[in-house]
Design a protein around this ligand. Structure first.
Ligand code: MSP
Length: 649
């Protein structure tokens, strides 16, 4: 089977950011999955360079447009390489191989009568590179919900493309092919849009010269969207290229929701006019927005350096975050806190922890040698059945271009594996002479589960298989998708290692600059290596006390009225806490974990009968409770509406 997948080609007017990276990471996961199942894959990405806004930006930098885009295109290529993107081709629309095809197609459509000369009189939004008729504008601004910027009045001789001629045919095609535009919400949007009537599209400009010239009328340059869409076939060598014969029609064009309209209307009509089969699926995903629901954009100053993020957390963790967080049909929220939260919970706690604790047991109980398993019990049978169900669900999710749901299914298996460790309690089996055969089966099931997880996660986190295989003493070349639900692949007698944690937990407070890094057009931040944070051993549990001794503690809910840093220390916060009708001053060593404002109005738990003590000259009247382990600390808070003074027992 062949599989041709494309991303949109990106405007290189500024460097890519983490939001723009989503499409490419999602396409990469799909491409990798299809390679794993044995398909012949062609994965295309590239840059859309003939836009008017490129000229404007280059002018603002006092640079020649080509010199300017050459620089930014390198940034795109570097980012894709840092994110382990496995594209087979990268097309630039300033390349000759593309320009020749655009000119051929323009001429063909003109000769066929589908392109004709007339005059355009209307408005143009340069940031969106879109023509608008007067009646569509909102307050004389671009009506695009994500834009709303100024539009310019144009009155120029132009060539037009007869979209109207194909309106009925396109509508019928979408009706007849429910899978063509996905998800279904975007399909419905497009059907309504087409029913509103298609006007012929202006497809050339004369007021600037940057772009591909209309071959038979060179004072015109081809409208950037007509030019850009053609990249999907020019990169394959349309019309005679071997790749074109082999890979067209595309299996999936994946893109953000803002540009579905161009792909679901203009592109299919170009193809219909050329008598070329249409792509199989046009998939429009949501956007990554900031926590306050805003756009990630340079002008808002909220663009973080993607390279720095990747250096900090690793490409696999960033890819996991992007793919897991974006749910079908909705927008995703990006913040560095969210990245860390996902990394700590899903990757460090659930995934990494299963691998390290189970390998540690193979090392401890069998000197690192994979044992020969005995008979399966109910728990093993259940785990095996789940692996089959999960593999199937992952495949279905990826066939729907839904990596988030695929990862959710894989994490069901991760959760079951962790539960299996607890249920089988190998540490108890190890102590019983007659349970050694059972222990062998359990330990073997651990290593097989790890192998299966390496296969299932390979499309999403391509750095993992080699790391996991190294731990398992297994050859990475042996990672096969069809073995993701087969058991008994690993050879007993092989040596495994415990290794370093695959995903060390991260303490975000160590990064002072979070969220405020302006990056575009800057050099990469110098490489910094992150020391993995070692999770310390648990403190031993203290000697028993009686219930009467415990009852001596008077624990109360207290409302934090104010909080401030204690001068000249970096550890202490001074809190004013309302408890049982009085206000207490409490000094607490939590300043490295909380900014004072985060504690105000929180209901904390106070040891109310602790003898007062002086800290830095301040009398502290009690102590607040917090849970901590290693670098992590969380103040205990009470969520229900309990008054300050309520007892904690
Ligand atoms: N050049 C056109 C595409 C032409 S394809 C024939 C274009 N380029 S773009 O650079 O503006 O956008 C490229 C892709 O990035 C689009 O799919 C867009 O939706 C996506 N994204 C831009 N910002 C994004 C987020 N914050 N989140 C997710 N995707 C986002 O449009």
């Amino acid at each position: 089977m062949k599989y041709y997948i494309t991303t949109p080609i990106f405007y290189p007017n500024s460097s890519p950011h983490i939001g723009t990276a989503y499409t490419t990471v999602a396409a990469d996961a799909l491409a990798r999955y299809h390679r794993l199942i044995g398909d012949q894959v062609y994965f295309l990405t590239g840059t859309d360079e003939n836009a008017q806004k490129i000229v404007r930006t280059a002018e603002a930098h006092q640079m020649d447009p080509k010199v300017y885009v050459d620089g930014v295109v390198e940034r795109f290529k570097e980012l894709w390489s840092a994110l382990d993107i496995s594209n087979d081709d990268f097309i630039r629309t300033t390349e000759q191989r593309h320009q020749i095809v655009v000119q051929k197609i323009f001429t063909k459509l003109f000769e066929k009568g589908d392109i004709y000369k007339s005059e355009y009189s209307g408005w143009y939004c340069t940031p969106c590179e879109t023509f608008w008729m007067e009646n569509k504008l909102i307050d004389q601004k671009c009506p695009n919900a994500d834009c709303g910027r100024d539009v310019e009045l144009l009155k120029e001789e132009s060539y037009f493309f007869r979209l109207s001629k194909y309106q009925e045919a396109l509508h019928q095609y979408i009706e007849d092919h429910p899978e063509f535009i996905q998800p279904v919400s975007r399909r419905n949007e497009m059907l309504r849009f087409i029913e509103g009537g298609l006007e012929d599209l202006c497809v050339s400009r004369t007021t600037f010269q940057w772009g591909i010239k209309v071959p038979f009328d060179p004072k015109h340059v081809v409208y950037v969207w007509l030019d850009a869409l053609i990249n999907y076939i020019s990169a394959l060598g349309y019309p005679d290229g071997e790749n074109y014969q082999k890979f067209w029609p595309a299996d999936v064009h994946i893109m953000g929701k803002d540009i579905v309209r161009f792909h679901a209307v203009i592109w299919p009509i170009i193809l219909m006019a050329l008598d070329i089969p249409l792509p199989k699926v046009i998939y429009g995903h949501g956007w990554y927005l900031t926590k306050d629901g805003g756009k990630i954009s340079k002008s808002r100053g909220n663009v973080q350096d993607s390279f720095e993020l990747i250096q900090r957390y690793g490409s696999d963790a960033i890819r996991y975050f992007l793919l897991r967080e974006m749910q079908v049909g909705t927008d995703g929220t990006y913040s560095e806190d969210n990245v860390v939260e996902r990394l700590n919970s899903d990757l460090a706690n659930d995934f990494g922890n299963f691998i390290s604790r189970s390998l540690a047991m193979v090392v401890k109980f069998r000197e690192g040698i994979i044992p020969k398993p005995g008979q399966d019990g109910d728990l093993e049978r259940e785990l095996k059945a789940l692996s089959q169900e999960v593999k199937k669900s992952v495949e279905e999710s990826l066939n729907r271009c839904d990596p988030a749901s695929a990862l959710e299914h894989i994490w069901r298996f991760v959760a079951r594996c962790n539960k299996y460790v607890d249920e089988t309690a190998p540490w108890a089996l190890a102590k019983q002479q007659d349970q050694q055969g059972r222990l062998d089966t359990v330990l073997y099931t651990f290593v097989e589960s790890i192998r299966i997880l390496a296969v299932l996660t390979a499309p999403f986190m391509p750095g993992l298989p080699s790391k996991v295989c190294r731990l398992l003493g297994y050859d990475e070349g042996l990672i096969h998708w069809n073995e993701a639900d087969q058991w008994g692949i690993l050879k007993h007698g092989t040596h495994v290692q415990k290794g370093e944690p695959l995903f060390p937990r991260i303490d975000i407070s160590q990064y002072a600059t979070v969220g405020e890094i302006e990056t575009v057009d800057q050099e990469h931040a110098p490489k910094e290596t992150i020391e993995p944070i070692q999770t310390p051993e648990f403190e031993p549990i203290k000697d028993e006390i009686s219930i009467d001794e415990f009852a001596k503690l008077d624990l109360r809910v207290g409302k934090v009225l104010s909080a401030e840093k204690v001068e000249k220390t970096d550890k202490l916060l001074k809190l004013e806490i309302e408890v049982a009708g009085e206000v207490r001053t409490v000094v607490s060593g939590i300043a490295k974990h909380y900014v004072p404002e985060d504690l105000i109005n929180q209901y904390v738990v106070l040891v109310a009968n602790l003898k007062p003590t002086k800290l830095r000259g301040i009398t502290s009247q009690g102590m607040i409770l917090a849970a901590s382990h290693g670098e992590i600390l969380e103040v205990l808070t009470v969520k229900k509406d309990l008054p300050g003074g309520a007892r904690v027992k």
